[in-house]
Design a protein around this ligand. Structure first.
Ligand code: MGP
Length: 203
């Protein structure tokens, strides 16, 4: 019987291993740095302020780190009800209070199917880190929320008052997600005043 050392490695396998080695040594840099956040509000403490359970998890700026983090951790189907994952530009906190978000708002897409949320989240993450939006500077980040009623994804943007820019981002996002239903955009300013604030724009 041939010893293990004598087994020949097929050329394709050797090539893949070599590519993996090269990738390890020469990581593919992203255009900018991103941060994953996590918020678990499934066991809220009485009287705790909003944001007290929000945690910054990991920042990364290479394709390789992204895939590792996504594969190991950041899939919404792993989340309990009332928890969120966020991917935001490094330096921007996923809060209305952050100066980059303060005058902004969000497009929201809902989903009744868990697998859909995972897919739409991944498509959005790839579009963001791959800089697929023409108005990339206008984008703050994306939030995946698991809720009893309906899961949702929200794409946060910077300048809510700029309807043309927001509509262009909304249309592009629908294209990326292959969503045909209407989606709507709400201003953080409205959400601050009223829990179920009405959307201002629709695409
Ligand atoms: P939400 O983001 O409107 O929806 O936040 P959520 O968490 O899915 O809740 P649901 O009603 O759809 O089930 C709900 C509430 O959390 C808001 O009305 C605020 O009281 C608080 N909240 C949410 N965000 C994103 C912020 C924030 O950025 N800052 C502050 N101060 N409060 C927030």
């Amino acid at each position: 019987m041939a010893s293990e050392a004598a087994i020949e490695v097929p050329a394709e396998v050797a090539a893949v291993e070599e590519v993996a080695e090269v990738a390890k040594k020469q990581p593919h840099k992203l255009e900018r740095k991103w941060t994953f956040w996590y918020d678990n509000q499934s066991n809220p403490k009485q009287g705790a302020a909003w944001g007290s359970t929000l945690r910054k998890a990991y920042s990364f700026d290479t394709v390789e780190e992204f895939w590792c983090l996504y594969d190991q951790i950041f899939r919404p189907s792993k989340l309990p009800t009332n928890a969120d994952f966020h991917l935001f530009k490094a330096g921007t906190e996923p809060k209305w209070e952050d100066p980059e978000c303060a005058n902004g708002g969000k497009w929201t897409v809902t989903s009744n199917i868990k697998a859909n949320l995972d897919n739409m989240w991944l498509e959005t993450l790839m579009a963001l880190i791959g800089e697929q939006f023409d108005e990339a500077d206008e984008i703050c980040g994306v939030v995946a929320s698991v809720r009893q009623r309906q899961d949702k994804l929200s794409l946060w943007t910077k300048t809510a008052s700029n309807e043309a820019v927001q509509n262009s981002i909304g249309r592009k996002w629908k294209e990326i997600l292959d969503v045909t239903d209407k989606i709507s955009y709400s201003f953080h300013d409205d959400s601050r005043r009223e829990r179920s604030a009405k959307g201002r724009y629709t695409v």
